[in-house]
Design a protein. Structure first.
Length: 157
């Protein structure tokens, strides 16, 4: 298995850690990841999710705008500090780049607000995926910045 590639993006918001966590954890993915960024597709819909997202072990299928899918499993939950998940069973164009990944959202106090950090430890699918990682990393950061903008619209309307 290839060495994971670490990706991370953070932004500060003028809300409490608890409020940020309680809004981001159950937020509908198509509302946050609603626009593609270069080769990184938008989230079109979520399937197979039972109830509100927020129980360790819970799974769902993420359907991407390019027709691919990914299986997400919630792996950790430490309210209000963080939650983690794994992405597996990648199909579609992303399958050429990513075998699987471990993701984490972190919430830490900063000044009078919160710093939200979204991180991925992505395992490239193969040698081609490893070669594409520098370019994919640039695209992912653009995608993550857009996601943080959408979170800002939700947290601070």
């Amino acid at each position: 298995m290839a060495t994971p590639v670490h990706l991370e993006e953070s932004r500060d918001f003028p809300v409490s850690v608890e409020d940020a966590f309680d809004v981001v954890l159950p937020a509908p993915l198509p509302g946050i990841f609603n626009r593609r960024y270069a080769a990184v597709p938008a989230v079109k819909e979520v399937r197979d999710q039972a109830g509100e997202w927020g129980t360790v072990g819970q799974t769902r299928t993420i359907v991407l705008g390019d027709g691919g899918t990914m299986r997400e499993t919630l792996t950790s939950l430490e309210r209000p500090h963080s939650f983690g998940y794994t992405i597996s069973d990648v199909t579609g164009p992303m399958k050429l780049l990513a075998h699987s990944l471990d993701g984490r959202w972190s919430f830490e106090p900063v000044g009078t607000g919160v710093r939200i950090t979204w991180a991925w430890d992505l395992r490239p699918a193969n040698a081609v995926g490893r070669l594409a990682m520098p370019l994919f990393t640039r695209f992912w950061h653009g995608y993550a910045r857009r996601a943080m903008e959408e979170i800002g619209r939700i947290l601070v309307p």
